[in-house]
Design a protein around this ligand. Sequence first.
Ligand SMILES: Nc1ncnc2c1ncn2[C@@H]1O[C@H](COP(=O)(O)OP(=O)(O)OP(=O)(O)O)[C@@H](O)[C@H]1O
Ligand SMILES: [Mg+2]
Length: 398
Amino acid sequence: MMNEFAKKATQKISKMSSSQIEQLFNNIVGENESLYSVIESLTLGLVICSNDWKILMSNRASERLIPFKNRYFEEKTQDNLLSDEIWNFIDDDDIGIFLKNASNDKKINVSQEFVLRTSGGTVRFLNISIEPLVHQKQISGNIIKIEDITEKRNTETVIRRMENLSSLTNLAASVAHEIKNPLGSISIYIQLLQKAIKKSRDTDGMLPDQKFLENYLDIVNQEIDRLNKIIVDFLFAVRPIQAELLPVDASAMLKTFADFYRPEFEMKNIDLDINLYQNPPKLLLDEKLFKQVIINLMQNSIAAMSDGGKISIHSYIKDDLFYIKVSDTGSGMDEETRQRIFEPYFTTKANGTGLGLTMVYKIIKEFGGEIEVESELGKGTSFIISLPIPQDRKNLLE
Ligand SMILES: Nc1ncnc2c1ncn2[C@@H]1O[C@H](COP(=O)(O)OP(=O)(O)OP(=O)(O)O)[C@@H](O)[C@H]1O
Ligand SMILES: [Mg+2]
């Protein structure tokens, strides 16, 4: 990186006059300063460590992005080499462990995503990668790059939401269909009323029988109520979900949930069989919404098992995905029902809204996951949810 002049000059240092050496030195200092100011002005966080993981240099962005302990700032101002390995100066366990592991494993080129919660409550996503610092074909240290990927993450969420919205066309079609019936009957009863009023005016000028009028108006009112409910439900279905994704142990959440509902299941004569993946990698989920998903699935399963039965909750990892399988030994569904269950308003229940599974679907999509259903009439139903595991240390060389 040193400029060509300086490079050549250093090779001939023994033949140089003292003023030439002074010029060379000034030159190198100038180079060094301009390089330093470039590094300082980067938005990418950069920390350079020696082979034994002591910090040699860190730029301003790195201090803004990762939480350093006070100790770091104290030692840094003394202008010495920092006394300890880098992880001892970082005030975040996950990042510390990541760096420490990288040093133990002697792996080069690793990266991982992190979620940081600032004291103000905002959530930031970072990608931290480690690369070898190569100097004269030798590895002389480590370069740690810290990138703020919050915006990128948010854009991904927006795109996911837009994909969801494309199913809004379907939703609008089903609302239009729902609205048709009450509108049709309102129109019929108003016509009947008009006819009756006209008839009585043409004859004795008296209003039609009061009973008759009231009955018709009651029906019109009921239909208006029905319309109102359809609209309210529709707004509920299209409202974007406010998901706050934070790292959670999904198995632990399922366990807490199962324990909480166990008495209710016992009362309803339902056996609960849970088989959970222990200490899974943390997933990015919104706890409240996740709970809502499980509650909806449970309610459907309970409704499908009026004579009791068994609900199994199973979590496992396959192909880099975290799976949750919820099965019941209930009524099952025929193929036509199975294909329509996620449609808004689709219900086979007298007082169902048909929005339970629509909500479940929306939430799982918001988590970046998928949901599938297997069902056999008379035997039972399984919902299989797959959720992404936030990308872990991946080898960039691979
Ligand atoms: N575990 C299950 N076993 C059998 N059928 C199911 C099961 N889960 C869902 N279904 C079918 O899917 C339909 C849609 O379910 P969804 O949860 O969306 O609405 P709902 O349960 O009918 O109404 P709500 O959730 O408002 O009570 C149900 O009416 C039922 O026919
Ligand atoms: Mg339901």
